[in-house]
Ligand binder design. Structure first.
Ligand SMILES: [Zn+2]
Ligand SMILES: [Zn+2]
Length: 351
């Protein structure tokens, strides 16, 4: 079968690989749609970040070249021995976690903090940019009847956003700022709406993206090339927001997030970083502010699916293009690098 595999930065190829078969406790999925993620883009432009290159990933046992694609939904077409929770014909979203199951974090159920955390579709073991992939039955979640496969491909990034909001200190009625309205930033807006934030202020230089944020329910968009985001946020919120979400990965933005929060405010860092980011620690110390990181998700797929059935994280507003596997580099990766109007591009790996 065909598969899009990462060989090195700027080198993703459509290779011919063997179709996988499910082992004990595993299910084989015919992939319907797989989204291209910001982290795929990081791997394409500046990787490797999660892709194992020199030594195999301890959970997958594989290193580059690896099949990419971790935001996927599809239909179960075969089950391995001992699988009880899922049956052939089920429509599922994949939670693409590779965790060891044995480290301290894993033993406490915090599998996203695993010492050797990896992702199906980034760290070996198969991926969604191929017609078929195989995962453990624990990692598939049945799609409610009303949800499309396209919507199913959005569960993974929506779960990132929902988890980020859940680990923050936000409470219904609090104010929030979201720095960056790329795909994850927009999904954070949705999660904040679900959480009952009273104000959701989005800082985003691209007009197309800030318009989309307002369309999704941001209460106001701030163009940082026109207005000072810190001053604007502080004036709109009586001294700063309760929680700021950093979703740009741009070093200069981190201190802005911190200073846009109120005293005792919290900055939640959602981005993965390519380089260092500096801030003056007194901005944290003198206002008893805090900074928190978040990675991936744990135990939020069911809630994400329930929120989707209520209309949150809508695919019809977030999916901007659908492409075939053969076009993944030109119409997928390159388009996402060049066009700010692209939000989520879905790939049909059988087309
Ligand atoms: Zn992702
Ligand atoms: Zn572990």
């Amino acid at each position: 079968m065909k598969a899009a595999r990462w060989h090195k930065a700027r080198d993703i190829r459509i290779d011919d690989i063997e179709e996988p078969t499910p082992g004990e406790g595993q299910v084989k999925i015919k992939v319907a749609w797989t989204g291209i993620c910001g982290s795929d883009l990081h791997e394409y432009v500046a990787g490797p970040i999660f892709v194992p290159v020199d030594t195999p990933h301890p959970v997958s046992g594989e290193k580059a070249p690896i099949v990419m694609g971790h935001e996927l939904a599809g239909e179960v077409v075969e089950i391995g021995q001992g699988v009880t929770r899922v049956k052939v014909g089920d429509r599922v979203a994949v939670e693409p976690i590779l965790a060891c199951g044995e480290c301290d974090a894993c033993r406490h159920g915090k599998y996203n903090l695993c010492e050797t955390l990896g992702f199906h579709g980034l760290s070996g073991g198969g991926g969604g940019f191929a017609p078929y992939t195989v995962v453990g039955e624990r990692w598939v979640h049945r799609l409610p009847d009303g949800l499309s496969m396209e919507q199913g491909a959005l569960v993974e990034p929506a779960a990132v956003a929902l988890h980020a909001v859940r680990v923050s200190k936000i409470k219904a009625g609090d104010t929030a700022a979201v720095f960056g309205a790329g795909p994850i930033g927009l999904l954070v807006v949705e999660a904040l709406r679900a959480a009952g934030a009273s104000q959701i202020l989005v800082v985003e230089p691209s007009k197309e993206r800030s318009d989309k944020a307002v369309d999704l329910g941001a209460t106001r968009a701030i163009d940082p090339t026109q207005d000072d985001p810190v001053e604007t946020i502080r004036s709109l919120t009586d001294g700063g927001v309760d929680v700021a979400f950093e979703v740009t990965g741009v070093p200069d933005v981190l201190p802005q997030c911190i200073e846009a929060t109120q005293y005792e405010g919290e900055t939640v860092i959602v981005s993965i970083w390519e380089k260092d980011a500096a801030f003056q620690p007194n901005t944290v110390v003198l206002q008893e502010r805090s900074i928190k990181g978040t990675i991936g998700y744990r135990d939020v797929y069911p809630a994400t699916l329930d929120l989707m059935t209520r209309g949150f994280f809508p695919a019809d507003k977030l999916v901007t293009r659908k492409i075939a596997l053969d076009d993944i580099v030109e119409k997928g990766f390159e388009a996402l690098v060049a066009e700010k109007s692209q939000i989520k591009i879905l790939v049909d790996p059988s087309a």
